[in-house]
Design a protein around this ligand. Structure first.
Ligand code: HEC
Length: 430
């Protein structure tokens, strides 16, 4: 990489204490710490110095920190990317034999346990029984049903994924469904998407037609909270469908996960809503062409949906499975302007996440949202789960070796000057 060298800066020696520790602690430690999914800790000088060359490589190639969305296309509040100068500093430090430098007072050595929010949660809704993960080095995808009942509807100001064993979880998503009339306790506790559980899965379909909220977690993610007056209402009775992607493990493990909620007495003035487009959601039948991918084909699918009122978008969550390659969403307004929403150019099933806009994003009434995704079902795609490739068909269910084309959005009805409302939140700690 070529960088302009400024006299003063290059004369200064890059040291761990002064320069490198703050970069690592802010950008790497949230995942590379005890109990999280990353394979080793990056906390102390020794942790980092002994892997300096490796760290130089993975930061220069931008493999780490993982961030799949194209930051030139759209910018996000939760963006995880190192600046070019930071990458250059790490390289220079590694090349100069990792000087430690003088201690700097007040460096964070402790990372918060329990919550990332600025106060304790009001309630935790968790899996009623632990899930047992066999140590057979296989991946697992589980949808766990968590039924709950409260005394009344509750105003939510923040929500956070929690787990007793985060290191076995590669990612998690949760949807909250309001189901006053359905039997939330009948049927199975969970379904296993890795095995052929279609019959069982059908049990959860009625719940999924009443989605109130949708959230996501990957290692390093914190909690979801919202600007002033904005929130959502947890219905008094419902289910949480918690999708867990368990990483392969070599010895048996147990896991209990759930969500914790932070309520407020102040009534929510502006209610957040969630919508899911594509497979299993709105417009499933309108995906063009018909959603199946023959063996050995590379195919692109499109879905167009029209926005029914002026809206402010909070986040987008693009979703495909293993053979997804690229994903793009943009709006075309009635006056012909393009609103760039998200572009992922090298999709990885392992690094899917919820992309929060830096500021509320306006989509005027009548805007057509274009969703476009390309899938590579050839043997040349190393992520193809089938060898030789097989016909991939999806009826909107979530089996991991089938495919999906889905975009989930959180949104509000637009109000004047929403474009100035920032979604960065000071109440969340890393
Ligand atoms: C969002 C969580 C997350 C963040 C942030 C993150 N890592 Fe990682 N890292 C992981 C996980 C999970 C793995 C193991 C899986 C993999 O390699 O894909 C990993 C693997 C690695 C590896 C091994 C790669 C290999 O090929 O085996 C290195 C080195 C690394 N990370 C360094 C860093 C550095 C340096 C940073 C900060 C600049 C960082 N990581 C930030 C989650 C993260």
């Amino acid at each position: 990489m070529f960088l302009w060298r400024i006299q003063g800066a290059s004369a200064q020696k890059i040291t761990w204490n002064q320069h490198i520790a703050p970069i690592i602690h802010a950008n790497c430690t949230p995942c590379h710490k005890k109990g999280d999914a990353a394979p080793f800790e990056l906390v102390t000088y020794d942790d980092v110095a002994k892997r300096a060359t490796f760290i130089k490589q993975v930061t220069q190639s931008r493999y780490m920190p993982p961030w799949k969305a194209d930051s030139h296309y759209a910018s996000f509040a939760n963006e995880r990317r190192l600046k070019d100068e930071e990458i250059a500093m790490i390289a220079e430090w590694a090349d100069n034999k990792m000087p430690k430098g003088k201690e700097v007072a007040g460096q964070p050595e402790h990372f918060l346990e329990g919550t990332h929010y600025h106060r304790k949660p009001d309630t935790v809704l968790q899996m009623p029984r632990a899930f047992h993960i066999k140590g057979d080095n296989k991946e697992r995808f589980i949808v766990y049903k968590i039924p709950y009942e409260m005394a009344q509807d509750m105003n939510v100001e923040a929500i956070e994924f929690v787990s007793n064993n985060r290191k076995v979880i590669h990612h998690a998503n949760y949807e909250i469904d309001a189901v006053p009339d359905l039997d939330i306790y009948a049927g199975t506790d969970y379904i296993n998407l890795t095995e052929d559980d279609r019959e069982k899965y059908i049990q959860y379909v009625p719940f999924r037609q009443h989605m109130i909220y949708y959230g996501g977690w990957i290692p390093g993610a914190t909690c979801e909270s919202y600007p002033k007056n904005i929130g959502w209402i947890l219905p008094k009775r419902g289910v949480i469908l918690l999708t867990l992607h368990y990483a392969p493990v070599g010895k048996d493990e147990d896991n209990i996960s759930g969500i914790q909620l932070f309520f407020t007495k102040t009534p929510v003035k502006r209610e957040i809503r969630a919508v899911s487009f594509g497979s299993g959601g709105v417009g499933q039948k309108d995906i063009d062409p018909y959603f199946y991918i023959p063996a050995d084909a590379v195919k692109t699918f499109r879905l167009k949906v029209t926005v029914p009122e002026d809206q402010s978008i909070m986040y987008v969550w693009p979703h495909m499975h293993y053979i997804g390659k690229t994903f793009k969403a943009f709006g075309v307004t009635p006056t012909g302007d393009t609103v760039k929403m998200v572009s992922v150019t090298d999709w990885s099933y392992n690094w899917q996440e919820v992309y929060w806009y830096s500021k509320l994003l306006k989509l005027p009434k009548g805007t057509v949202i274009h969703i476009e995704a390309t899938y590579d079902n050839t043997a040349a795609n190393p992520a193809n789960p089938s060898s030789p490739p097989r016909l991939i068909y999806s009826s909107g269910d979530m089996k991991s070796t089938d495919e999906m084309l889905t975009l989930v959005m959180l949104y509000l009805t637009y109000e004047k000057e929403d474009e100035t409302i920032s979604l960065k939140n000071e109440n969340i700690m890393k």
